[in-house]
Design a protein around this ligand. Structure first.
Ligand SMILES: Cc1cc2nc3c(=O)[nH]c(=O)nc-3n(C[C@H](O)[C@H](O)[C@H](O)COP(=O)(O)OP(=O)(O)OC[C@H]3O[C@@H](n4cnc5c(N)ncnc54)[C@H](O)[C@@H]3O)c2cc1C
Length: 498
């Protein structure tokens, strides 16, 4: 072993980004140790048990499940999936209801086109244009070989070829948001349908890309859920020789002579490292782990500009129901107005987890509701005293339950609340900024957040995690861990091919 290979890399945070960084660091020949504040690794890629049920709280789709996408190799390298992975047999993205009618975005685009044209012939032009462009959006890939700033002309040409149809999508849907998309339809149900999944201020192209990912078979859901996937990655890390410290919150990154030299644990002791990778939320890195003065300008601008760079979280609930929801997926519907956080909502959804029998005892299914919460809602939840917070959750749980039964009267008498959680839960559990479980939302006209993952003024410190590139999510988390290690390799003049 030469000097370079024996270097020690410390990673802070065992979410998907931190675990990925650990595995790639080991692959590159370094020693790797991860420090995680929680007892269970995984961060936001998580699930937990209640009353004999498993609440799976992350993967609605995992981008990169098609082996033709290079991202698949990254997921395979970290041990998340392989050739034998079994996926949920879901045939749709979601359905929307209004006044007793229902429409669905099927994974089969021809089926969706036919259903929507038959349902609303007066919207034929916008329906055809929408479906054609979802087909084009299937070409969208997330760069996963190397960071974009390390790409050469050849890499860009290759990426251009891979994404040949994306410019068409950007031309038509890059400058409008989901609200505008919805308004281009005449039929009242189709208007709601198009803005049910993503908030109205999200760019419309993000919605098309999300649907295209499902429709192309590149966004499957691995069976057994999010926590099981996290634990497969942890297993890979440990088998490769990595050390994971849990219940180990880090106080700060120790900087000497403009260089990160290690970390300080909660008891004040210092652990030295040759390189440090922060894989915690960037709002926690800057201002807690290191001085806020190091925050890059673009990132600061995003945090300070809550309108152009909103974030989203959820008020969420899980129920146990009798097992008659197979094949229904996610359904949106109108509900009696409900004030949650700082906003009054008139539409809600349920998602049935009937596709994975391991989540519930025989004869039962887990049903979840997720109400989008924004920055201002987070402020509301955070302002409550512990007593107020508890009683608000209890009150809202009953209100949501009543609305679920109003839409699905067949569930009455056989539905039980399993759990309820809020944006504050994510902040407490993961130090997530405003409880957000994705990165900054890409709104029309804002510059997409892209942060190189190095900190000006501090050597040997690298940054991974979903906040380095909008819109965040698991693919950005996993590639950012790999990219952080490639940056270390580059700083040593070594090959970045790992
Ligand atoms: C309900 C829900 C649905 C989602 N659906 C999808 C989906 O369908 N597809 C998709 O791609 N993504 C989805 N996501 C998003 C995805 O879960 C996140 O993007 C991803 O898990 C973020 O990973 P990360 O490693 O960047 O950050 P995190 O998961 O936040 O990891 C950061 C880690 O750092 C730890 N930490 C924080 N502070 C410290 C400290 N001081 N010391 C030590 N450790 C610390 C935290 O505990 C945490 O484990 C969903 C998330 C949620 C909650």
């Amino acid at each position: 072993m030469n000097n370079t290979e024996s270097k020690k890399v410390i990673i802070i945070g065992a979410g998907i980004a931190g675990l990925s960084a650990g595995i790639y660091a080991l692959k590159a020949g370094y020693k790797a140790e991860i420090y995680e504040k929680n007892a269970v690794p995984g961060g936001e890629c998580m699930g937990w048990n209640r009353k004999g049920h498993h609440i799976d709280n992350c993967i609605h789709w995992l981008t990169g499940t098609n082996p033709k996408d290079n991202l698949w190799n990254v997921w395979k390298t970290v041990g998340a999936i392989d050739e034998n992975t079994e996926y949920a047999a879901e045939d749709r993205f979601y359905s929307s209801r209004l006044d007793g009618k229902e429409v669905t975005l099927w994974n089969d685009l021809d089926k969706t086109r036919a259903e929507l044209l038959a349902f609303s012939p007066e919207d034929a032009d916008v329906i055809n244009k929408f479906i054609d462009h979802v087909e084009y959006a299937k070409s969208c890939v997330i760069p996963s070989r190397k960071p974009m700033d390390m790409m050469g002309v050849k890499d860009y040409i290759e990426m251009g070829k891979d994404m040949a149809d994306m410019p068409k999508v950007m031309k038509e849907y890059g400058k409008i948001n989901c609200g505008d998309l919805a308004n281009s339809f005449k039929n009242p149900l189709l208007k709601k349908f198009m803005s049910d999944y993503l908030p109205a201020d999200y760019t419309a192209y993000s919605f098309l890309v999300s649907y295209a990912t499902m429709a192309s078979g590149n966004g499957n859901i691995p069976l057994k859920g999010s926590l099981a996937m996290t634990l497969r990655i942890v297993d890979r890390f440990k088998k490769m020789g990595g050390i994971l410290h849990t219940n180990a919150p880090i106080n700060r990154i120790v900087i000497e002579n403009k260089k990160a030299i290690g970390i300080e644990l909660a008891d004040g002791s210092v652990v030295k490292a040759d390189e440090v990778i922060s894989a915690v939320d960037t709002s926690f890195l800057f201002g807690h782990l290191i001085d806020d003065k190091y925050m890059p300008k673009d990132l600061r601008n995003a945090y300070e500009n809550r309108t152009a760079y909103p974030v989203t979280s959820g008020f969420q609930m899980a129920f146990s129901i009798k097992d008659d929801f197979s094949g229904k997926g996610t359904i949106f519907f109108d509900c009696e107005p409900l004030r949650i956080g700082d906003n009054t909502l008139t539409r809600m959804s349920v998602k049935a987890y009937a596709y994975d029998k391991s989540f519930a005892p025989e004869g039962r299914t887990v049903l979840q509701s997720n109400f989008v919460q924004t920055d201002i809602d987070y402020e509301y939840w955070a302002s409550l005293s512990p007593e107020e917070y508890k009683s608000k959750k209890e009150e809202l749980s009953q209100e949501v339950l009543r609305r679920v039964i109003a839409e699905f009267p067949e569930l009455e008498g056989d539905i039980e609340i399993l759990d309820c959680w809020t944006p504050v839960t994510y902040n407490r559990y993961c130090n997530a900024y405003h409880g957000s479980y994705m990165g900054f939302v890409t709104t029309v006209g804002n510059k997409q957040m892209r942060f190189k993952g190095v900190v000006k003024g501090v050597k040997n410190l690298y940054v991974a995690g979903q906040w380095v590139m909008s819109p965040g999510g698991l693919p950005i988390a996993v590639v950012s861990g790999k990219f952080a290690v490639q940056r270390i390799l580059k700083s040593e003049g070594r090959s970045i091919e790992i």
